[in-house]
Design a protein around this ligand. Structure first.
Ligand SMILES: [Fe+2]
Length: 159
């Protein structure tokens, strides 16, 4: 083997070695097998009337009055999800977020200690100018450390 061939082989060997070392360390940090496609984008229940077990425990369940008055407070409750998600050091909900249409309204962060259930209550006031068509969409997000970002929404009327 000439000098150039030797250097090429040595470089390839070094790269292969560092890739396998990186993969081994990734296994150490993520000891639980996860479906990485859940981290490609935002997950939603495909058929809200026929949710899978994963969707039932991850799609945020939004509870709010179907009709509210502009300028008056009302409570929006968000639960993760219909079947309340587990909270522990290996598998937990990192946060719950609420948006009014495209406007972020607030976010609750959770620690993976298991003290809190993944539920949040938001006291919301929608000004008249935020609902020119007489409707707003409540959008809830949650992020699970093993199952990615999930979104649900609920339209309510505003008079
Ligand atoms: Fe999860």
């Amino acid at each position: 083997m000439d000098r150039r061939g030797f250097l090429k082989a040595a470089a390839i060997g070094t790269i292969a070695g560092s890739v396998s070392a990186t993969m081994a360390s990734a296994e150490r940090f993520f000891p639980t097998k996860v479906d990485m496609t859940l981290f490609d984008g935002i997950n939603r229940a495909k058929d809200p009337l026929k949710k899978t077990p994963l969707e039932k425990s991850h799609a945020p369940a939004i509870s709010a009055p179907s009709s509210v008055k502009a300028g008056e407070p009302f409570v929006v409750e968000v639960s993760v999800g219909e079947n309340v998600h587990v909270m522990g050091p290996v598998h937990w909900i990192e946060y719950i977020e609420l948006a009014i249409g495209n406007e972020p309204a607030g976010r609750i962060e959770f620690q993976p200690k298991g003290y809190l259930k993944p539920k949040a209550s938001f006291t919301v006031v929608v000004p008249k100018e935020a609902a020119p068509t007489g409707k707003v969409t409540l959008v809830a997000f949650q992020r699970c450390n093993l199952h990615g970002l999930w979104e649900s929404n609920l339209d309510i009327s505003v008079s």
